[in-house]
Design a protein around this ligand. Structure first.
Ligand code: ADP
Length: 319
């Protein structure tokens, strides 16, 4: 394989740049040319691309976001859009593609693979909602960013005897909420994967107050409920002063943690090695810490569950 391309697609995640860097440097190390496609599948269809040199990825390992930009592109869900993508790749002599993104992006990658373009996916999303891998690039950074914010909220919560509801991201997945709840010592964690009872949340709050607890923090995954609605309910059904914080997009930005940088570097390099070995139609991720490739079809058909033992532990420790 002489020439490959790399793109980022879907929601951005800290560590995507470290993955791009690893793809580019590994490919050049093996004597290949590398092209960066801008704005995901949208840029692919419009031939937005740039040659990637060793220097083009210098000084990006520590930067959040993606230097290739990212986009959502409805047209690429259609066969005509995918055929156009293939045509552009062929026109530019590209023989393999690395797609960094979430499961939506992998469906586009799978389509190109089926059309005969060797393609490998790298899981990059803060949500950690991709099965068949230990963790996605960006998740660790998002959790750390949220924890930093929650520690600050805790300071003011203690000073004012308040109940705080904090809504965190994660789309349909509760992983961020669960990790943040456990690591931040929250009183309750609401996630989409487990039923919750707001009256039980209230009873727990009241038990805490009776014990002399100064403040409480309740973490709500955006996929479970609206933090604002939960805050309203709690305020209406208790005499407590309730404040709501929606952390929002600060969780998507910032410098990637060392863990995300290392993972991104491993997966970026592995993706190139797989293409060199003529492997296609797979996602590369770690399982029990070991880098492995899994068929996209397996990724699409495997149900995903967060580690519910952590959820149970968060509940036990916040008794
Ligand atoms: P993520 O990759 O983070 O899950 P999305 O679900 O928004 O994000 O998908 C990102 C992009 O991947 C979409 O805008 C579209 O271009 C492409 N994509 C998503 N689903 C499909 C599909 N079924 N077939 C082809 N391309 C898809």
């Amino acid at each position: 394989m002489r020439k490959i391309a790399v793109l980022t697609s879907g929601g951005d995640a800290p560590g995507m740049n470290a993955a791009i860097r690893a793809v580019v440097r590994t490919a050049i190390y093996h004597g290949m040319e590398v092209v960066g496609i801008l704005r995901g599948y949208s840029g692919l269809m419009q031939e937005e691309m740039m040659p990637m040199t060793l220097g083009s990825v210098a000084d990006i390992i520590q930067r959040g976001g993606t230097i290739l930009y990212t986009a959502r592109c409805e047209a690429f869900k259609q066969p005509e859009g995918q055929a156009r993508g293939l045509e552009v790749l062929r026109k530019h002599g590209i023989e393999g593609l690395v797609v960094i993104g979430g499961d939506g992006s992998f469906r586009g990658a799978q389509a190109l693979h089926k059309l005969g373009m060797p393609t490998i996916g790298i899981p990059g999303t803060i949500d950690n909602d991709i099965p068949c891998c230990d963790v996605t690039i960006g998740f660790d950074t998002a959790v750390n960013t949220a924890i930093e914010a929650i520690d600050k909220i805790r300071d003011t919560a203690t000073s004012h005897d308040r109940t705080y509801v904090v809504e965190v991201m994660g789309r349909h997945a509760g992983d961020i909420a669960m990790y943040v709840g456990l690591a931040g010592g929250a009183e309750s964690v609401l996630i989409p994967e487990a039923p919750y009872d707001l009256d039980e949340v209230i009873r727990k709050l009241e038990r805490g107050v009776a014990r002399g607890k100064k403040h409480s923090i309740i973490i709500v995954a955006e996929g479970a409920a609206s933090g604002i609605e939960i805050g309203k309910y709690l305020a209406e059904h208790t005499g407590f002063e309730v404040r709501v914080t929606v952390l929002g997009h600060i969780q998507r930005g910032g410098a990637p943690t060392a863990r995300d940088r290392v993972l991104a570097s491993q997966l970026g390099a592995a993706a190139v090695e797989l293409l060199r070995d003529n492997v296609s139609g797979k996602m590369v991720g770690t399982r029990n810490g070991v880098v492995q490739a899994v068929d996209f079809d397996t990724v699409f058909t495997t149900p995903r569950q967060p580690d519910m033992r952590l959820y149970d532990l968060a509940n036990i420790l916040s008794i």
